[in-house]
Design a binder for this molecule. Structure first.
Ligand code: B12
Length: 503
């Protein structure tokens, strides 16, 4: 009963990337325990495989990684079923959802433990403690349900030296599921690999789910180790494109410059996520070096052009509307595509103020598109995360917003939409405001379809633009039914939900 079964629940449809969380967790116990994997993204119904492993009687631990949103749809019923059919198996959840929604997760009788934040040290320590009966309180980053029904949590561990972590076990993954199935075609390349080169983020934006877990801490792998790993992936699996999924890949300009020097000529095209204020401070020479090393696009949280809103998000002071405009023009000069995300629909003193802010944000996005038409725009509706202690969170609680208290509630379609940041169930947003944002987005998507959806043919792009141009020019965003129908018919993909389109 000492083997470990790991489960990656299905995420967005059509998006199948290397399950990095699972790989890292597997690496943390390998060599000491046998580990098996079932990946919901690679199975029609994962249960028969899971049940077959567990029925062998050799597996004592079931570990499940959970992001908010669609992964819950498999994570909840599958873990419940594990408990019912194999009650002796200990169930452990990790990842962003349980770390941020601890009380709801632990209130489920079928989740025994939650690893909060990084599991690289906590997971092996937990398994050892369970096997030997030693106390759990000595293990950091851990939580379970106390006798009084409240979560018991252990202290947060310092972030580990990322260069000291074991290499990711790609050969082990390949034995379970052929690697080729994870290396999708995207607009970046034919074989796109997800890579995570750092943990956390040094900032505390009031809307971000990373903050409650990492508390403004960040630690990255060295440029030398990243380059060595990527070149190995290229040699072994033919990887030609990389998505750096770090929360904040660009924190250290020196690291990025070193990496760019090492990747120059390697034939890798890459994309990463960063901050506008950070990139704005980068030297021209670094931007030039990045482009020469294959940096094609950078995802940047613009959020809003309005100082007051940026302050409300705890992003004021360092980022401004002027800077957002300046950087998109500047990146354009280096032939790097800025992918700007905006968060609309924050709470305000009254409905008119919220609606007025949405209009100002729409105007600002139009301005950005005029400055650098290549800028990719992603529009989110604000979905609260439990950034306890932030002014914004206090405000939304006062406005009557509450998270679900049980896992079953999280499964309702309303809350799934919430996670996708499509329909945030926030009391201050009226359906008319949500429609306004969505309709604007539809017109914009048709007027300037994302380059990341490479399956759209040039003639389809031209037709969409032709149809959308009068609406966009005249700001006639209401009822864009014809554009909606076309986008749906051609299965236009939204990068924010599904990542870059993969085949
Ligand atoms: C890749 C990714 C996706 C991909 C998933 C691809 C795939 N098929 O796997 C896609 C594009 C589909 C996606 C979508 C969404 N995502 Co997403 N995603 C990420 C991202 C960028 C990387 C995740 C990752 O691989 N990390 C690398 C691994 C190594 O780190 P990790 O997951 O934290 O794992 C460590 C610990 O958490 C822990 N752990 C994790 N799992 C387990 C399991 C066990 C058993 C144990 C013991 C420990 C453990 O140990 C690991 C090693 O230390 C993160 C941000 C980030 N940088 O982490 C956001 C992130 C997780 N996503 C987020 C969200 C909200 C979403 C969406 C729900 C909404 C949206 N519009 O973005 C959608 C919908 C999800 C869906 N459709 O299924 C948020 C979650 C925030 C929150 N509120 O909790 C994040 C943090 C981004 C953000 N800053 O907002 N996402």
């Amino acid at each position: 009963m000492s083997k470990v079964l790991l489960f990656n629940p299905r995420s967005a449809e059509g998006k199948c990337r290397v399950p990095l969380s699972i790989l890292q967790i597997a690496a943390s116990v390998q060599g000491r325990r046998e580990v098996a994997l079932v990946d919901g993204n690679r199975e029609g119904d994962p249960w028969p495989k899971l049940a077959a492993y567990l029925a062998s009687g050799e597996y004592g631990y079931f570990g499940c990684t959970v992001m908010p949103g669609p992964q819950l749809k498999q994570a909840i019923p599958v873990t419940r079923r594990v408990r019912q059919a194999f009650p002796a198996v200990r169930t452990i959840w990790g990842g962003y959802f349980p770390s941020n929604q601890l009380a709801a997760t632990l209130s489920a009788p079928y989740v025994d433990f939650v690893v909060c934040g990084p599991g690289d040290a906590a997971f092996p320590a937990l398994l050892d403690a369970l096997a030997s009966g030693s106390p759990l309180t000595a293990i950091p980053n851990l939580a379970w349900q106390g006798e009084d029904g409240e979560p018991v949590t252990t202290p947060t561990a310092p972030l580990l030296d990322q260069d000291a972590l074991p290499p990711l076990p790609y050969e082990w993954l390949h034995q379970h599921y052929p690697m080729e199935g994870y290396l999708g075609r995207t607009f970046l390349g034919r074989r796109t690999q997800a890579y995570h080169s750092s943990v956390g983020c040094p900032f505390s934006c009031a809307f971000c789910g990373v903050v409650p877990i990492y508390n403004a801490r960040w630690r990255g792998e060295s440029a030398a180790r990243i380059a060595a790993n990527l070149l190995e992936l290229k040699g072994r699996w033919g990887v030609d494109a990389v998505e750096f999924h770090d929360n904040n890949f660009f924190v250290s300009e020196r690291r990025v410059a070193e990496l760019s020097a090492l990747l120059r000529g390697a034939g890798l095209i890459w994309w990463g996520e960063g901050r506008i204020d950070t990139l704005d401070r980068y030297a021209d020479a670094t931007l030039e070096q990045m482009r020469a090393a294959g940096c094609r696009m950078i995802f940047l949280g613009a959020e809003s052009g309005d100082e007051a809103v940026l302050r409300q998000m705890n992003k004021g002071g360092t980022q401004s509307g002027e800077q957002i405009k300046r950087l998109c023009a500047r990146l354009g000069r280096f032939d790097i595509i800025p992918e700007y995300s905006f968060v609309l629909g924050l709470p305000g003193p009254n409905a008119a103020a919220v609606a007025g802010q949405i209009e100002r944000d729409i105007r600002f996005i139009e301005e950005i598109k005029a400055i650098n038409p290549q800028t990719e725009i992603i529009v989110y509706l604000y979905s609260p995360v439990p950034t306890e202690g932030s002014e914004l969170y206090r405000q939304i609680e006062a406005d009557g917003f509450h998270f679900p208290r049980t896992l079953d509630d999280w499964l309702s379609p309303r809350w799934e939409q919430f996670d996708l940041r499509r329909n945030p169930l926030t009391p201050w947003l009226t359906p008319a405001m949500v429609d306004r944002v969505r309709n604007f987005e539809t017109v914009l998507n048709a007027y300037a379809p994302s380059v990341s959806d490479f399956t759209l043919r040039p003639w389809q792009r031209r037709l969409l633009r032709l149809l959308a141009t009068p609406r966009y020019r005249m700001r006639a965003y209401r009822y864009p039914l014809e554009l909606k129908a076309l986008l749906r018919w051609w299965r236009y993909r939204r990068p924010e939900q599904e990542g870059f389109r993969a085949e």
